[in-house]
Design a protein around this ligand. Structure first.
Ligand SMILES: [Zn+2]
Length: 694
């Protein structure tokens, strides 16, 4: 998954760790869910589910089988045989999102034999990106989709909601005949059971999956058909209202998806294992994308472009598609043994997302965007409340559910550490061989940190420190330091074969210096900048003396892209981690105009002001002049879009609003809200702004 931060999500008292342990000791396996859903237009649905499972150990007197369900009603529970004939009705209690069945209801059941429980239930659709989420548009079209991660499938139907159990699914859906229905597996048969109702039977899944990957989309979706390698269905679904925009992009969607699947097949030497790879663009979706095997869901608002987008948005669109595709191998085919090693799926997906994107945009200006984007690792690491090692002790289930642990550490740091292993510790070929071996040894099952470590060299202490210790490291005037307890030794830094730029303070001459020769160059006459585009995760401090020397030499125009990225990253690192200094912001204001790469330009304009406390009037005027002097239409727009969030003086604000009203593009609603907060609601501009963003 890729997600927005959801700290506001309401906390649920979810499954306790002791209950997880109890289930693990009691259940040998959860084998299959036979799910029948009856979807109605409007608000309601109902269904039955037959859960096949095996006991590892029979329940003791006083113990209960726990089935999770956060729905409205459970109407009936029975034990059935393999032909689904009733053996007997079962007593149960439905309370606090649990269906509890006591030990005495299982008399005659033996260890290791298949037990089948059938439950009937009723529920309503959600509209909160949970369970079976439904939206009815102004045009009276209805769009339904599921979002299962972290643990939301129990909001759709009763199930045993635990990531370490993998089960197959056998799904039948009854629905309005005009609707399209899409799930992980292709449709096996469709039958009209009345003039406006249809019954769709999906192919039974051959591959067991954790139940958070169960997917169903249904409603007035439209579809572009496509096929990958003559055999894998590769359709795109979207809502009717967006047809004109999707039409202009469908070629891109197809090209990107094919490129991604092909890349992963080549890299892992394992072909994509599902019958299809559909993409569904979902309304009001807040998760960027979700890697449901065979049926990836994606955020419509962000990726279905309705206006010309900046280069960075184009890179982010393919990045998310590649991220979700790589999960088919890392995350789905091999799934987590528990959430405390979330980086084993999200770090891999970020690593591959970037790797494929770099290949896709090779030689183009979008190629390096991830190196710039790595600054996100720093803000994930900068909150003492939430910092944790990549592989951490098991937290509370509800903290995973509320996304406490789904942050920049698991995603960005995880991805960056895998990249560092590839680029700096093992080398591309050796790392790929190890990944192929990890994949072969663990495919179609769960894996944890033990399985990853089994593929690493015994003496690879650097990777282990990054995996098990907190903190990040940085270069500070000739010394390597780290936050928390990362603990890399100077010998280990040498192993990373870092590269540096040495800039002569007097003449501005720039040379590249390897780490091994750095001692000869560190002197008062040189500015030393760590090359930060080199696939590692070491940051750098930068001080005002060096910045003013660079400014005075007026040499930033001569910097190559890698040196510029290294410099901007050092400034952002300094602002986030150490000091919000005037010198750094002034350097940024004086020099940002020389940044030629639109993606780097966008990143710098996005991140530098974000970590600066508040602009002075003089600084505001400077950034306004950057905007005014920017003749290129696209760059001009990048400044305006970012500027609009940070300026406060009335005069500049009015100016910006007037400028924005001249433009055809729209800014995000949340930035518009921040802007209108600062405007007089009776003013003409205020009314025009509201009108424009309708
Ligand atoms: Zn992901």
């Amino acid at each position: 998954m890729n997600h927005h931060c959801r700290k506001d999500q309401k906390q649920r008292d979810f499954i306790k760790n002791e209950e997880v342990d109890f289930r693990n000791s009691q259940l040998k396996s959860v084998d299959n869910y036979e799910v029948s859903l009856n979807l109605l237009k409007g608000t309601d649905y109902s269904g039955t589910v037959v859960i096949d499972f095996k006991f590892k150990q029979l329940l003791q007197q006083g113990q209960h089988l726990q089935i999770d369900y956060d729905g409205q009603e459970v109407n009936f529970v029975e034990l059935v045989d393999q032909q689904r004939q009733q053996i007997r009705q079962v007593d149960y209690v439905f309370q606090d999102q649990r269906i509890l069945i006591s030990s005495d209801q299982f008399s005659g059941v033996t260890v290791d034999s298949v037990v089948s429980i059938k439950l009937k239930f009723k529920n309503q659709y959600y509209n909160l990106d949970e369970g079976l989420n439904s939206t009815i548009t102004d045009q009276n079209n209805q769009y339904i989709y599921t979002q299962g991660e972290v643990a939301n499938t129990y909001k759709i139907f009763p199930c045993i909601e635990q990531v370490n159990f993998r089960a197959t699914f056998d799904l039948t859906v009854t629905h309005p005949a005009s609707w399209k229905v899409i799930s992980n597996e292709p449709i096996l048969s469709q039958l009209n059971i009345s003039f406006d109702t249809q019954k769709t039977v999906f192919k039974k899944s051959q591959i067991a999956l954790p139940n958070y990957l169960f997917t169903l989309c249904a409603g007035d979706y439209e579809q572009y058909k496509n096929i990958y390698n003559d055999k894998i269905g590769m359709d795109t679904y979207y809502r009717k209202e967006k047809a004109q925009y999707v039409a202009t992009q469908i070629q891109d969607f197809n090209d990107i998806t094919k490129f991604g699947i092909n890349f992963m097949e080549q890299y892992t030497k394992v072909n994509y294992y599902m019958d299809k790879y559909d993409s569904v663009y979902c309304i009001d979706y807040i998760y960027f994308g979700m890697e449901n095997p065979g049926c990836t869901t994606l955020e419509e608002r962000r990726y279905v472009f309705e206006q010309e987008r900046e280069p960075i948005k184009i890179a982010l669109r393919s990045d998310i598609i590649f991220h979700e595709i790589s999960h088919m191998w890392f995350g789905d085919c091999i799934s987590l043994d528990w959430w405390n090693n979330l980086f084993l799926k999200e770090g891999f997906a970020n690593f591959f997302g970037y790797k494929i994107n770099k290949e896709y945009f090779k030689g183009k200006e979008l190629e390096w965007y991830f190196e710039m984007g790595k600054v996100k690792v720093v803000y994930g690491e900068n909150d003492p409340e939430t910092i944790f090692p990549l592989s951490h002790e098991r937290g509370l289930y509800q903290d995973y559910q509320s996304m406490e642990y789904h942050n920049d550490i698991s995603y960005e740091k995880g991805g960056s550490v895998f990249q560092m292993m590839e680029q700096k510790i093992y080398g591309e070929q050796d790392f790929q061989n190890r990944m192929i071996s990890y994949f072969k040894n663990n495919q179609f099952t769960v894996a944890g940190i033990k399985q990853l470590l089994a593929e690493l060299k015994e003496d690879d202490s650097i990777s282990r420190k990054y995996i098990f210790n907190k903190g990040i490291s940085y270069y500070d005037q000739g010394l390597f330091k780290d936050t928390y307890n990362l603990g890399l030794t100077s010998e280990e830094y040498k192993q990373l074969k870092l590269k540096f730029f040495a800039i002569c303070k007097q003449r501005g001459k720039i040379i590249e210096v390897p780490h091994s020769e750095l001692d000869q160059y560190s002197s008062d006459k040189l500015i030393i900048i760590l090359n930060n585009c080199d696939g590692h995760l070491v940051f750098q401090r930068i001080y005002k003396e060096d910045l003013s020397a660079i400014s005075q030499l007026n040499i930033i125009e001569q910097f190559n892209l890698q040196l510029r990225i290294s410099l901007w990253k050092a400034i952002i690192f300094e602002l986030i981690q150490f000091q919000k200094s005037e010198d750094h912001i002034n350097f940024f204001l004086d020099n940002i105009r020389y940044e030629q790469n639109p993606v780097v330009y966008h990143f710098a304009l996005r991140f530098v002001p974000k970590y600066f406390n508040k602009w002075t009037i003089e600084q505001e005027n400077k950034i306004i002049s950057v905007y005014e002097n920017e003749k290129d239409k696209l760059r001009n727009r990048i400044v305006l879009k970012n500027l609009i969030r940070y300026l406060f003086t009335q005069e500049n604000l009015n100016y910006l609003v007037t400028e924005y009203l001249k433009q055809t593009f729209k800014i995000k609603q949340k930035y518009l809200d921040q802007l209108t907060e600062r405007l007089d609601p009776k003013s003409e501009d205020y009314k025009k702004l509201i009108e424009k963003n309708k």
